[in-house]
Design a protein around this ligand. Structure first.
Ligand SMILES: [Zn+2]
Ligand SMILES: [Zn+2]
Length: 423
């Protein structure tokens, strides 16, 4: 009997960690991330690293990768992932360690341990371990992102990680083929309650807004996650031949360089090369001070205005009505970005006040919307079971309903609950 225990991301978004116990008692861990909601990072429930046969990582975002080094304090399980996910995770985890104002229960030496135990696989290549075949399938979420397929010989579990079944400027949609072969689909349900607006419309509205601000002499700050969203925004600007000055700052610069090395994974490598070429790298504080005074677009992490250069930019840009701050990601609760959107007040460790600049938000999501999640259910095996993760309770309940409407069974376990699944 397959057992599944959620160590995190149970009726919440953040700190993903899914522990599978197979019929023979062997254990496989899928993702091990941190939650960045609120000020202090939240870690998933503990697991005994020595008991794990291997761990597989879906993608580099910290809510999936940020707790992995904990596994290498006292053990050395193989880490199965794509080469780009490994290099981007290394970048993000080191940055997390450096910037965290709170205690993080691991050190750089454990990050090194994680890197040394990596087993790198491209999409659709296989990894065999104790009779289990693992393959990574393109998830279309961020560069390098994968769904993880685990074939035990008697049944197949597919964990979607974060995925999208729509094209973006940066990536092609995820590969659906694995979803239709799974006996158990462990799926994210972040946006189960609604659909994203049509992509072309979002892009055009975004370009029109940014252009209007710049032509009025203002500066546009786009706080963006270093991996994924920053590159998507640069690609949108390049696609529309945006004629004004674009700056890129923070970890997005290093992420751009790593992604360029694996640009064959992108939908249009030429567009991304053009996008990176169009953007001026901010090198130091002189550049930063210059950028905020110019009629320009500044793409910079942190996406939630919590640390990173975007915090500095926001302090300057918020003061003038001609400027704008344009959010391009879901605003995580209890973050400065969410507070700006909900109350118009920005608070950083060094400043607090009303934002005088224009505030906008655009839905550039790289997650499945409602229709894509329903499509996932429709293309699954008629007797497939679904286990829901990575969604607020309301979203998971909505997803459960779609699954049941299609005559399949859905489980939404609580944190730490171990469910037995008969396949
Ligand atoms: Zn993600
Ligand atoms: Zn996620």
């Amino acid at each position: 009997m397959l057992k599944v225990k959620l160590l995190g991301a149970a009726q919440e978004v953040g700190r993903s960690g899914i522990l599978l116990t197979l019929d023979d008692g062997s254990k496989i861990l899928l993702d091990y991330g941190v939650s960045l909601e609120g000020e202090e990072p939240q870690f998933p429930l503990p697991v005994k690293p020595k008991e794990i046969s291997f761990v597989s990582l879906s993608h580099a975002h910290l809510d999936h990768s940020g707790a992995l080094p904990l596994l290498y304090v006292s053990a050395s399980p193989p880490l199965v992932t794509t080469p780009l996910t490994l290099s981007l995770s290394d970048l993000l985890i080191r940055d997390f360690l450096k910037l965290s104002k709170y205690y993080v229960p691991y050190e750089y030496s454990e990050v090194k341990g994680m890197m040394e135990n990596a087993v790198l696989k491209g999409f659709n290549e296989t990894y065999e371990f104790g009779g289990v075949t693992v393959s990574l399938v393109d998830a279309g979420h961020i560069p390098g992102s994968a769904m993880i397929s685990i074939d035990t010989g008697s049944y197949t579990v597919v964990y979607t990680g974060d995925y999208a079944l729509h094209d973006t400027c940066l990536l092609r949609m995820g590969d659906k083929s694995a979803l239709s072969k799974a006996d158990l689909v462990v799926t994210e349900s972040t946006y189960a309650e609604f659909d994203h607006p049509p992509r072309d419309w979002v892009e055009r509205e975004f370009i029109a807004t940014v252009t209007e601000v710049i032509e009025g002499g203002g500066t546009v700050l786009i706080p963006a996650f270093a991996v994924g969203r920053a590159q998507e925004i640069l690609c949108v600007l390049a696609k529309y031949n945006f004629p004004y000055k674009v700056y890129v700052d923070g970890m997005a610069k290093a992420a751009n360089d790593l992604i360029l090395e694996d640009s064959h994974l992108l939908r249009d490598p030429g567009l991304f090369e053009k996008a990176v070429g169009m953007a001026t790298k901010v090198r130091d504080w002189n550049d930063r001070k210059k950028a905020v005074e110019e009629a320009s677009v500044i793409v910079s992490p942190a996406g939630m205005l919590q640390g990173g250069p975007s915090e500095y930019y926001m302090e300057k840009i918020m003061e003038k009505e001609k400027n704008a701050v344009v959010f391009v990601s879901f605003a995580i609760p209890e973050t400065p970005a969410r507070q700006v959107l909900e109350t118009g007040v920005f608070a950083s460790p060094t400043k607090k006040g009303m934002v005088k600049a224009r505030v906008e938000w655009f839905d550039f999501s790289a997650h499945c919307g409602k229709s894509e999640l329903i499509e996932t259910v429709k293309i699954s095996k008629s007797n497939a079971k679904f286990l829901l993760v990575h969604g607020e309770a309301e979203a998971e309940r909505a997803m459960k309903k779609y699954v049941e409407e299609q005559g399949r069974e859905a489980l939404m376990p609580a944190l730490g609950e171990e469910v037995e699944i008969e396949i």
